[in-house]
Design a protein around this ligand. Structure first.
Ligand SMILES: [Zn+2]
Length: 151
């Protein structure tokens, strides 16, 4: 049972449904979890909490996630293991890079670095990735919002 009502921006108060968001789409402020506090008080009493083992799952009903985290971890571990067992050694890194695309652009860089290292050599691959990183950092610094421009 989830007690999560939704997400709420700490800066502007805008409310969002309980889903994975990096921050407020209105002001880029941090999002906090908004709970059904009356329901929590009825179910999660001091006695209930005291009866639970001291682990990271003691307050699991308050986590802003929908799925059971154990099942999610298990699914991730099984899929990673099956891929590593079935993909030839030479392609394993690239295949895992594609699998991890949901974690940002790092896998794209990893796959590209592997391609460059195989065809041009490791020093050129690492050097070109360093130059690309510096260019991206320069763009990020140039495009960064000025302090206080969101308010
Ligand atoms: Zn906001």
């Amino acid at each position: 049972m989830s007690f999560v009502k939704g997400l709420k921006c700490r800066e502007c108060g805008r409310e969002y449904p309980p889903k994975l968001l990096a921050g407020c789409e209105n002001c880029f402020g941090p999002l906090e979890v908004d709970y059904h506090y009356e329901s929590i008080a009825k179910v999660l009493t001091r006695d209930v909490l005291a009866s639970r083992p001291k682990s990271i799952w003691k307050y699991r009903e308050l986590l802003p996630i929908e799925a059971d985290p154990v099942i999610g971890d298990l699914q991730s571990s099984i899929s990673n293991t099956l891929i590593q067992l079935n993909v030839p050694d030479a392609y394993r890194g690239r295949v895992l890079s594609l699998l991890f695309l949901n974690r940002g652009m790092i896998p794209v860089g990893t796959a590209l670095t592997g391609f460059l290292a195989e065809n041009l050599g490791a020093p050129i691959a690492l050097g070109s990735m360093g130059v690309a990183l510096m260019i991206c950092a320069g763009i990020a610094i140039f495009l960064r919002p000025k302090q206080g421009s969101f308010r």
